[in-house]
Design a protein around this ligand. Structure first.
Ligand code: AR6
Length: 206
């Protein structure tokens, strides 16, 4: 486990369904009826109750499917977590179809919902970077923007939520950390960033 921002942001590598967080985020598709990747792993680990709740959500609120960028919650079925938040990332289509804005919304809406649900810890997979083909560096930058905005604008009180980014491969975690390190320091002003992940001011000038 790597702590990037003190008490707030962590990265790790492993299977999200085995992590002890209050809330697990699922990189779902609009049908909410399951799929491959992390979505398949969550439904498998949580059992049929999650699918039953997803079907009920489809029926009552989203008959045409959950739009990309939005987020809804179910219980975590037989997993120890309190909730699964299902969000839908964008399918990468070259970058001219608002993919970045949609990915930002997927993270932000999941974080806001997680906070509303009273979660003290929330674990994310790397949304859209598998089957949906979103470039990993750009996805990392977009996730960082949403997380920084959430932490500084929407979750700066006392009841703080710890955010865990769970990568399936060590290489993907490293890509994220490199991008995080290269982000402008003004984005995280006021937060205690682990010095290991702080790019030196001089590195920006050349
Ligand atoms: N724990 C953590 N990360 C995982 C796990 C896991 N158990 N399994 C895969 N990953 P993807 P997407 C990583 O394809 O790109 C599904 O079929 C994986 O290495 O799961 O948003 C849905 O139903 C990758 O980095 O999600 C949708 O149809 C990341 O999770 C579609 O895929 C996301 O890969 C969504 O595609």
């Amino acid at each position: 486990m790597n702590e990037l921002i003190e008490n707030r942001l962590y990265t790790t590598t492993g299977d999200l369904t085995e992590m002890p967080f209050d809330i697990l985020v699922n990189a779902a598709n609009s049908s909410l009826l399951g799929g491959m990747g992390v979505d398949g792993a969550i439904h498998k680990a949580g059992g049929p109750q999650i699918l039953a709740e997803c079907r009920a959500i489809r029926k009552s609120k989203f008959p045409a499917g959950l739009p990309a960028g939005e987020a809804v919650e179910t219980t975590a079925g037989s997993m120890p977590a309190d909730y699964v938040i299902h969000t839908v990332g964008p399918v990468w289509n070259g970058g001219n179809e608002k993919e970045k804005a949609i990915l930002y919304s997927a993270y932000m809406n999941s974080l806001l919902l997680g906070k509303n649900l009273g979660g003290k810890s929330i674990g994310f997979p790397s949304i859209s970077t598998g089957a949906y083909g979103f470039p990993k560096k750009l996805a990392a930058e977009t996730a960082c923007r949403a997380i920084f905005d959430f932490i500084t604008k929407h979750d700066s009180g006392n009841a703080l939520m710890k955010i865990f980014l769970v990568f399936f491969h060590t290489k993907d975690e490293q890509i994220f950390q490199q991008v995080f390190t290269g982000m402008s320091m003004s984005d995280v002003s006021g937060l205690r960033v682990n010095s290991e992940f702080f790019r030196l001011e001089s590195e920006f000038s050349d």
